[in-house]
Design a protein around this ligand. Structure first.
Ligand SMILES: NC(=O)c1ccc[n+]([C@@H]2O[C@H](COP(=O)([O-])OP(=O)(O)OC[C@H]3O[C@@H](n4cnc5c(N)ncnc54)[C@H](OP(=O)(O)O)[C@@H]3O)[C@@H](O)[C@H]2O)c1
Length: 347
């Protein structure tokens, strides 16, 4: 926290025009416990429609939000973006502007993570908050060795904890926003079909990546059931209380078939839960990202379909190992809350 006679702190947000980063920008600008921090929102193109929209939606009367050009594959641009900042919210992605032709190509995410950590280290970033995921080779006892987009984030997390003075990780579940993709949800003959290749009786954890990542990184204090009054989150609680901690950002476990029943109840539209085959799922991965992502995408769903029911966070943790509620007093959204908040009425 800053007192009134100190310079306001600067926090850099990567992925600021994407789901998670956008929510974090919004919350940081409105988090009173952070004492009016300045936000540098990193984007590859400060003139893109998404970047201009971010500024339009969240600029404060005292201009505390600025857009800065940065590319996670360009180390100098990250140094320029991080210089003089107190904190960084970092997110990496398995997706790039290039197609992933071979599994080897997935390593680009490690390069991005390495560049981000190196820049944070040389710019003496005091608090580094990372969107990470579990070590799936370990979680699955070696059964699934190709869930690269999760394992790579775990490797980046280990590098960050080794090389930086204070790291806090947020571990998101599945994003409700995935439902805008046809492999998760489509409309067939007027009926909304929820269709990931997971059995209907299986329970999985989801979140609103925009709202919930914002609430966990820097709760926005508004009359909302998700954030109890005066619940300062990771950046506001700061290094002493959140250093080296991981928080699971995911709502209560929900049976997959409940997507249809809850959607029908909230929107009044007909819906079914009917999983696609793994072959269809693999084709969707190839179409969207490239053939090198296929095995990764399929192994993730194969594991989620059989993950132990008594564990949380993709089968990685015992419920008692997640201290989110005790430390932060916030919880992620339910499907009903996401539907009501966003007004989503299906594809
Ligand atoms: N979908 C899920 O269920 C789920 C669950 C857990 C974790 N995740 C993880 O979430 C991550 C994606 O996060 P998201 O959905 O918040 O992002 P997103 O909405 O896909 O947006 C991507 C963001 O990254 C920025 N970006 C892309 N390439 C960049 C580059 N070369 N340099 C700098 N910035 C770049 C984009 O900014 P500009 O275009 O403005 O540059 C944009 O802000 C993935 O790693 C995924 O594995 C997803």
């Amino acid at each position: 926290m800053t007192s009134s006679n100190q310079h306001p702190r600067t926090i850099v947000v990567l992925g600021s025009t994407g789901s998670q980063g956008r929510g974090v920008v919004d919350s940081l600008l409105h988090e009173t416990n952070l004492g009016s921090c300045l936000i540098r929102a990193v984007t590859r193109n400060v003139n893109s429609a998404a970047a201009r929209q971010l500024l339009h939606d969240f600029q404060t009367p005292d201009n505390r939000l600025s857009l800065v050009t940065g590319d996670v594959y360009n180390s100098q641009s990250l140094h320029d973006a991080f210089r003089g900042a107190y904190g960084v919210f970092a997110v990496t992605s398995e997706r790039t502007s290039k197609r992933i032709e071979k599994e080897e190509d997935m390593k680009h995410e490690l390069q991005a993570g390495w560049n981000i950590i190196s820049a944070a280290k040389s710019c003496h970033i005091q608090h580094f908050v990372l969107s990470s995921l579990p070590n799936m080779k370990e979680v699955t006892a070696g059964r699934f060795k190709k869930i690269f987009h999760m394992d790579n984030k775990f490797i980046i997390e280990q590098w960050a904890k080794r090389d930086l003075p204070a790291v806090t990780c947020l571990i998101p579940g599945f994003f409700f926003t995935n439902l805008s993709r046809p492999e998760y949800c489509r409309r067939e003959n007027g009926v909304v079909r929820f269709c990931p290749p997971i059995p209907g009786s299986k329970s999985v954890q989801w979140l609103d990546p925009v709202h919930d990542m914002g609430v966990f990184a820097a709760s926005r204090l508004h009359p909302d059931l998700n954030a109890v009054s005066f619940a300062p989150s990771v950046f506001a609680l700061g290094i002493l209380q959140t250093k080296n901690k991981n928080y699971v950002v995911a709502g209560p476990k929900m049976r997959m078939e409940d997507f249809a029943t809850i959607f029908e109840r909230v929107t009044g539209q007909s819906a079914i839960y009917s999983p696609t085959t793994m072959d269809e799922w693999a084709s969707a991965a190839s179409r969207a990202v490239g053939p090198g992502f296929k095995e990764d995408f399929c192994q993730m769903m194969e594991w989620v379909s059989i993950a132990p029911d008594d564990k949380i966070c993709y089968g990685a943790l015992d419920p008692a190992d997640d201290h989110s509620w005790n430390d932060l007093h916030v919880r992620a959204s339910t499907f009903e809350e996401w539907l009501e908040r966003t007004g989503w009425t299906g594809p």
